[in-house]
Design a protein around this ligand. Structure first.
Ligand SMILES: Nc1ncnc2c1ncn2[C@@H]1O[C@H](COP(=O)(O)OP(=O)(O)O)[C@@H](O)[C@H]1O
Ligand SMILES: [Mg+2]
Length: 282
């Protein structure tokens, strides 16, 4: 990669304000809260960048702006150097395929009446224009890739899955579009500790196999330790510290980062991922 290659996805000084509920009215001016305040971030192919910070610090709003789901109040989001608010037609479709999302319980947002196989096939047919036969074999390949035996899972309904299995389906759906980047917003926060480690392991494997990039959003520093190359720490809508994972974990400069770290047992970076005590609950 030459220094001139634009990042896959970047936010340039993005801000987003929301009206504060109950403010405004006939005689009062609406008051606004800055959920994200002039944040810049660049995401390159194959890289894992973590955004950490306590609840309410603006992580999800930043992620939604990068996905094109929330418009910035100021600043811009660029996909391969082009402002996403100016993308149309094929360029917009390419962006929507290339940048996928996994939420805290993506699998939980599956249509309860659609089988797992049908839910995964849908983006294949609509976004990639596959015919039914090609989609069916791609569904099996994707299920296999996320560790769900196709014969056992293809016909199941969402309520017949555990939380961890549903999150695997959520990841399979994201992978179906063959993305370069997945924005993962608290992807393991709703899961039990042992299941959490399995999903993180899967995400690490997929990254290796497919040179995937992740924007990994978490309130929990312990969870991002094993995956992240770089870390941004957010506090009240701003990035208060950014650096390599080593810098952030071993030499946190900002007092807020030090407090976050103190609240999280930090695993030994020399340990392999499977061995990490991923339970960071106090
Ligand atoms: N759609 C919205 N309308 C009003 N306020 C919002 C909206 N989304 C987020 N906020 C506010 O913006 C702030 C940041 O929220 P969020 O981005 O969800 O933070 P995080 O993901 O770090 O918990 C919070 O104070 C939240 O209440
Ligand atoms: Mg959030």
């Amino acid at each position: 990669m030459t220094p001139d290659t634009p990042p896959l996805l970047a936010a340039c000084a993005v801000s987003r304000r929301f009206p504060i509920r109950g403010s405004g009215g006939l005689l009062r001016r609406t008051a606004y809260q800055l959920a994200v305040d002039q944040v810049s971030i660049a995401l390159y192919a194959g890289e894992v960048v973590a955004v950490v910070g306590e609840s309410g610090s603006g992580k999800t709003t930043l992620g939604r702006m990068l996905l094109g789901l929330t418009a910035p109040s100021a600043g811009s989001v660029q996909y391969k150097g082009a402002d996403i608010s100016r993308l149309h037609g094929d360029d917009w479709q390419r962006f929507r395929r290339d940048v996928q999302v996994v939420f805290q319980d993506t699998g939980g947002s599956l249509n309860p009446r659609h089988s797992i196989g049908d839910s995964i096939a849908l983006p294949l047919c609509y976004n990639l224009a596959m015919d039914a036969k090609a989609a069916a074999s791609e569904v099996d390949r994707l299920l296999d890739q996320v560790g769900l035996a196709p014969n056992n899972f293809r016909h199941r309904l969402p309520h017949e899955l555990s939380g961890g299995q549903r999150q695997r389906v959520g990841i399979a759906r994201a992978l179906a579009s063959r993305p370069a980047l997945i924005v993962a917003d608290e992807p393991v926060s709703a899961l039990d500790v042992s299941v959490r480690a399995q999903i993180l392991r899967l995400m690490a494997d997929l990254r290796q196999e497919q040179q995937l990039a992740y924007l990994f959003i978490s309130h929990d520093l312990g969870v991002v330790r094993a995956l992240a190359d770089r870390v941004l720490v957010m506090y009240q809508g701003r990035v208060v510290e950014a650096g390599s994972a080593d810098e952030i974990f071993n030499h946190p400069a900002h007092e807020y980062t030090q407090r976050l770290l103190a609240a999280t047992p930090v695993p030994d970076p020399a340990q392999p991922l499977q061995a990490l005590p991923l339970d960071s609950q106090p």
